[in-house]
Design a protein around this ligand. Sequence first.
Ligand code: ADP
Length: 342
Amino acid sequence: DLLVVGSANADLVIGLERRPGPGETVLGSDMVIHPGGKGANQAAAAARLGARTTLLARVGADAYGRMLAEAQRAAGADPAGLLMGAADAPGTVDSSGTGGAAEGEDAPTGVALITVDAAGDNSIVVSPGANARLTPDDVAAARDLFEAAAVVSLQLEIPLETVAAAARSAAEHGARVVLNPSPPARLPQDVLALCDPLVLNEHEARLLLADSQSPDSEPGQSPESDPGEWAGALLALGPRSVVVTLGAEGALVAGPGVGTAADSGTADGSGTVRVPSPRVRAVDTTGAGDAFTGALGWRLGRGDGLVEAVRYAVRVGALAVTRPGAQESYPSAADVEAADQE
Ligand code: ADP
């Protein structure tokens, strides 16, 4: 089974000509609401492919929370881990309606306010809401889910201490940890050492490598100059293995034994393999990385080798960009098969 521990958000999207300045009001398009959040997206992607998937996340006892639960069900995921309402009173509805919930009070479902301008550029405000209330206690209470999991997939849109508790619980229960450090943050070294793999895009890879540079290291020696060297440089930070996604270029894989198998693609001799992505016409890349990571976790849990699992995940990521939206764009296993025949 795949257990995803992470965020669930309602994405509220409004198109506009140009963004308002301070004090200004502009008119936008009709608002469109999508289920989102990295955790919910990854779980939906894996479940849609046929994986037995549970999402451990927290939403408010509100309409967006119900929408997210429904989206998990529709994708085929088990919604049992989706905690609703205040941490100390699961399932209760906040009657005060005052918002600005403090510790222990009911918090609303997390929201991403997204504006898309005429040039197609996004501006996003995230209000974490209930995501910020997913605690190490919630992880401890979900022991059964960790016991049942072959793979536990994590991202950083929930408190770092909760991520750390989940990674440690996964290790205790013999589950493999897949972690996407997004939004980028510094991980405890013991948590980093459990990541197998650490999955990140180019932007996240750059930030992590820049952050790890000592301030007095010589310019020009920065390891992030060549994407081919990134995976190796990231591996040196401590994770067991690394996958860097490169958009249309596919992904880089690095780890013990990678590049040694006869069928594992173009090895550069340093334990790094580049896996190309199928060529597609990209319509909307939102949530492609989450589809990739959800697919990767599922395949690893089924016993695929890392490169083999990445080969599958790039096909899922590529299909996800051919359709608009995030969760709505995720393919089934049959869709992946059908695309291979084309
Ligand atoms: P993120 O969405 O986190 O920025 P990427 O853009 O690297 O991540 O995309 C993740 C994966 O989705 C890629 O490894 C690839 O398989 C697929 N993908 C993304 N964009 C494209 C594209 N334009 N064409 C084909 N595949 C793509």
